[in-house]
Design a protein around this ligand. Structure first.
Ligand SMILES: [Zn+2]
Ligand SMILES: [Zn+2]
Length: 178
């Protein structure tokens, strides 16, 4: 099985160019959707936790309907070419980790892209169980008006500073690494 050309074209159109990274995302979505029995998410029934912010994430948004705006695309900045998908309806989850080294190593970009689009899924990804439960559904928060700059921010992003409610722009972080 390989990525349908229609899926690929829609992703290239959204992403702006064709590249091997986008191809990885397309194949990860294809694998996740088959594994979990998913269709395009109209709401938050599907969640993707992406461990990178590279080209492939654009395929996730086009093909699975997990997007920043719906709150069901979560970036966990681990710098790994890995994606976890969760279905809230059937409670299933899958984590896809792109295998390294892989057979496309050393190919030029066009050949590598072709290889990723056509290789068997098991050759491209380790298919694992996510080690954590899906993140909670997106919440709505009350707005807090910052007492320093006057801009409104969501309650979870407000801080107290000198007894005043402030936004993160106005907050001087006192991080001590904990
Ligand atoms: Zn790209
Ligand atoms: Zn402020």
């Amino acid at each position: 099985m390989s990525a349908s050309s229609n899926d690929w074209e829609r992703c290239v159109e959204f992403h702006g160019h064709a590249c091997p990274g986008l191809a990885i995302g397309v194949r990860a979505c294809e694998a996740a959707m088959a594994h979990l029995g998913l269709t395009f998410a109209k709401d938050e029934e599907v969640v993707c936790v992406t461990e990178n912010d590279a080209c492939g994430v654009d395929a996730v948004q086009v093909l699975t309907g997990c997007s920043m705006g719906k709150g069901n695309l979560i970036h966990k900045g681990l710098g790994k070419m890995a994606f976890s998908f969760f279905c809230r309806t059937n409670k299933k989850g899958v984590r896809l980790v792109f295998k390294k080294p892989f057979a496309g190593e050393g190919m030029d970009r066009a050949a590598m892209q072709r290889h990723i689009l056509t290789a068997p899924i098991e050759e491209l990804f380790e298919i694992k169980e996510p080690s954590y439960a899906p993140p909670e559904r997106a919440r709505l928060f009350a707005g807090i008006v910052c007492e320093q700059c006057g801009e409104s921010c969501a309650e979870h992003a407000a801080r107290l500073q000198g007894g005043k409610k402030v936004c993160l722009d106005c907050f001087a972080d006192y991080g001590r690494g904990w």
